[in-house]
Ligand binder design. Structure first.
Ligand SMILES: Nc1nc2c(c(=O)[nH]1)N[C@H]1C(S)=C(S)[C@@H](COP(=O)(O)OP(=O)(O)OC[C@H]3O[C@@H](n4cnc5c(N)ncnc54)[C@H](O)[C@@H]3O)O[C@H]1N2
Ligand code: MOO
Length: 423
């Protein structure tokens, strides 16, 4: 295997330095994910019209209201005949014409045929359709230039599916082909899970709306819009809430306005600074905390709990950390709320390291990386040298996250690794 060898020195700009083993309790990523996912019930159901159902998750099995095709129909333009009297050279009398949607009331008897078109119902008496290219027409008679084979060019009733057949199973994420199948089965409305309403609450005195008049230290709110785009494209009703300020009054007010959400996702104010007030203010509002702080980089100060029964995920403010935590925790939580099946483990795939990496500490690392295919067909993931959790430019250029287990030893380029693709 040929692989570009490149020594990358990873620099964790704006991030907590690696901590020595065991100096601070942090929950491992898999346990944190499992604790979020357990007991997240799917949202309620609703009925949507076929034309609004794409991307939604089916809440119940749906059955065909009628067979497809509903009757025997012709698959070609030609003539309905009786195979028994259709050898090569047979001359048949045309007794009727039956376009699609206008079936003939006549029965095909010996020596007779009925003119049909693609989609026409096959008339009684006939068991075969001869395509018109195999005939010669003269007035009200056709001569068969080839012998017919019994049953040919007929789509038999129920060939595609029978009446009452299960067309789609509960839990299916409806795509265009599923919509087509349901339509063919005569369904007009589909039972689906409600789109989960996810509130995205950015916090911080320095956070501005993109385009706002910026004081010199103002930071545009990138995280809310990035998460709304990510969750929206996965099927959430993602609501960007007004930014809460770094004080208890502003935060309490924001939390008081979340009662109709299926899940609240906060951004920032999750760490240990004097103005990191999200968790204490949520606690005053009645938060039952499940965990805080996980062994993950980026994403250490992640918090999870419930506020009056509503799941609350507190993400770190660094926008790259917010996005990576959303991939690992918020998306599966959204899928669970949507009624989708969620795997126990992260959706990873194997690749080879495209650069050397150093020893890892106790935090599971999610390195931003590019992907390419080596000449031998192997997928190669090359981490960026800079892994700062505020570096959105590098995040945007990345195609995958290389996942490095806690305490992994230094590894050389070419070593197998696991990656998660970025959307
Ligand atoms: N003494 C310690 N300091 C920090 C630790 C620690 O363990 N001890 N952890 C670091 C880690 S890791 C992270 S991650 C951050 C998380 O901090 P917060 O969740 O409290 O986030 P903030 O302080 O509010 O913001 C961090 C950073 O991100 C910017 N930010 C915030 N919100 C947004 C947004 N919506 N869009 C764009 N950028 C945003 C904010 O301006 C800050 O620069 O804490 C470390 N510190
Ligand atoms: O380093 Mo923090 O973990 O940016 O998320």
């Amino acid at each position: 295997m040929r692989i570009q060898r490149q020594k990358v020195k990873l620099s964790y700009i704006n991030m907590a330095p690696p901590t020595p083993k065991g100096d601070e309790f942090m929950l491992d990523v898999a346990t944190a994910r499992a604790r979020i996912l357990e007991n997240l019930p799917p949202c309620g159901q609703e009925t949507v019209a076929l034309s609004a159902a794409c991307g939604r998750i089916l809440a119940q099995d749906v059955h065909a209201r009628r067979a497809n095709p509903p009757v025997n129909v012709s698959a070609m333009d030609g003539y309905a005949v009786r195979a028994a009297d259709a050898p090569q050279g047979a001359v048949l009398r045309i007794i009727d014409e039956a376009p699609a949607g206008r079936p003939s009331a006549r029965t095909v008897a010996e020596g007779e045929c009925i003119r049909l078109f693609t989609g026409s119902q096959v008339p009684t008496g006939a068991d075969t359709v001869v395509i018109q290219e195999n005939t010669q027409l003269a007035g009200q008679q056709v001569t068969l230039t080839r012998a017919a084979t019994k049953g040919q060019n007929i789509r038999t009733q129920g060939q595609d599916f029978a009446q009452g057949a299960v067309l789609l199973r509960a839990g299916t994420r409806l795509g265009p082909r599923d919509i087509g199948l349901a339509a063919a089965g005569g369904l007009v409305w589909l039972p689906v899970f409600r789109r989960p309403r996810l509130g995205i609450l950015a916090t911080g005195d320095e956070i501005l709306l993109p385009g706002d008049t910026a004081p010199p230290d103002g930071i545009f709110n990138s995280a809310s819009f990035m998460l709304a785009a990510l969750l929206g494209q996965e099927g959430a009703d993602a609501i960007v809430l007004p930014v809460a300020r770094d004080n208890a009054t502003s935060l309490s007010n924001a939390f008081a306005n979340t009662h109709d959400l299926d899940m609240l996702v906060t951004i920032g104010g999750a760490s240990v600074g004097t103005y990191d007030l999200v968790r204490p203010t949520l606690e005053k509002a009645g938060l039952v905390q499940n965990f805080w702080k996980i062994a993950m980089r980026p994403g250490k100060p992640l918090m999870f709990g419930t506020l009056n029964g509503m799941p609350v995920l507190g993400l770190p403010g660094n926008p790259v950390a917010a996005l990576v935590c959303s991939m690992v925790f918020v998306l599966p939580a959204l899928h669970k709320l949507m009624g989708r099946a969620v795997a126990d483990a992260l959706d990873t795939q194997p690749a080879l390291l495209g650069a050397d990496v150093g020893d890892n500490d106790q935090r599971q690392d999610f390195l931003r990386a590019t992907l390419h295919t080596a000449p031998d067909g192997q997928l190669v993931a090359t981490p960026f040298g800079q892994q700062g959790s505020a570096q959105l430019n590098i995040l945007a250029q990345s195609q995958a996250l290389i996942i490095r287990p806690p305490h992994a030893n230094a590894q050389k380029a070419g070593t197998p690794c696991l990656i998660m693709r970025l959307p």
